[in-house]
Ligand binder design. Structure first.
Ligand SMILES: CC(C)(COP(=O)(O)OP(=O)(O)OC[C@H]1O[C@@H](n2cnc3c(N)ncnc32)[C@H](O)[C@@H]1OP(=O)(O)O)[C@@H](O)C(=O)NCCC(=O)NCCS
Length: 302
């Protein structure tokens, strides 16, 4: 019989000592600070744990684990069911298609009434001739577009050199203005993982027109977290100026491997993928999906 109980960080370290990693410790810490730690017992024996965090009006399932000997007996399902039944918030979780247990997780989430919503594709560019291909593309059409934009008055500045006024514009802009799925303002907070020297903001007459934020997890890789242009200026190619400048900086920093993370939705994302991203890479390396509990009614309506 499976029993579910609330747990805490100390008990997690004690009961699951053999199965902790730096990542699960971090999740436990976050759940302890602002979320929930839940344990499952199979016939009284500790069998699994699950961590959640509260995030912008929903409870996010961050990580869950069933001890190898107890797998395939409904432990994960029992823990997730418990979260659904006891939370007064909507439940969400994210999952990468590259995860070893993706088929199991997808099966369970769907079975429990979650539905897949927006996905995010990750495109890995690491071909040896990546930069040569980029040069060819720029020579053929990219430089012309960038020159036209510059003549129209568009300017670029790296995040490291961005004046306070521009950062202030970014901070106070509603994220819908940049048609992002997420609010990216945390990316410019002190200590954020963004690499300022390769992150670029684009302006028109001193107004923030577009931005490209990326970070370097090591000395040869860059992860592009977000590319966005102001809703009013979309369609004019301004994002191209920001990305070209950012890639140039990344190259100067010795980047040889790039990952772009892109939402799967939207015509503009498709156009960017076809026109620009396809120069560097042709198909997604893997995708991240978000699952939302739609088994009950929207708890925010209660
Ligand atoms: C993923 C994990 C938590 C699953 O836990 P579990 O307790 O074995 O899961 P459950 O027994 O509740 O459910 C497993 C379900 O997946 C199904 N399943 C098993 N293999 C499958 C596969 N290859 N494809 C699709 N479904 C599969 C099982 O049939 C079962 O469904 P059913 O009850 O409808 O028959 C466990 O394997 C684990 O701890 N993995 C390591 C940690 C991890 O990767 N955690 C997730 C990251 S957040």
């Amino acid at each position: 019989m499976i029993g579910i109980e609330k747990g805490n960080e100390e008990l997690y370290r004690l009961l699951f000592a053999e199965y902790t990693t730096a990542y699960t410790d971090k999740c436990a810490e976050e759940a302890s600070a602002d979320g929930r730690i839940i344990f499952a017992y199979l016939d009284g024996v500790p069998a699994g744990y699950l961590f959640t965090v509260y995030e912008r009006g929903s409870e996010g399932i961050r990580h869950f684990f069933t001890k190898p000997d107890f797998r395939g007996q409904g432990v994960m399902q029992a823990m997730i069911r418990y979260v659904i039944e006891t939370s007064d918030m909507n439940i969400a979780t994210g999952m990468s298609s590259a995860h070893k247990f993706a088929p199991v997780m997808e099966h369970v989430f769907k079975k429990l009434g979650f539905s897949r919503r927006v996905g995010r594709n990750l495109y890995r560019c690491d071909a040896e001739d990546m930069w040569e291909r980029w040069d060819e593309f720029m020579a053929k059409s990219g430089n012309r577009l960038c020159d036209t934009l510059r003549r129209q008055g568009y300017k670029t500045v790296t995040l490291s050199d961005a004046p306070e006024d521009l950062l202030w514009q970014f901070r106070r802009a509603p994220y819908s203005e940049y048609k992002c799925e997420q609010n990216h303002q945390h990316l410019i907070l002190p200590g954020a993982e963004v690499t300022q020297e390769i992150s670029v903001m684009c302006t028109l007459n001193g107004r923030l027109a577009a931005y490209v934020f990326a970070y370097m997890p090591d000395s040869i890789s860059a992860i592009y977290k977000t590319l966005s242009s102001s809703a009013a200026l979309q369609g004019g190619g301004v994002i191209m100026l920001a990305i070209a400048e950012s890639l140039q900086r990344a190259r100067e920093h010795g980047v040889k491997r790039i990952v772009f993370t892109m939402e799967n939705t939207g015509k503009r994302a498709n156009a960017f993928r076809e026109k620009v991203l396809s120069v560097l890479v042709s198909k997604p390396s893997y995708s991240v999906s978000y699952f939302y509990d739609t088994s009950g009614r929207d708890k925010n309506d209660q």
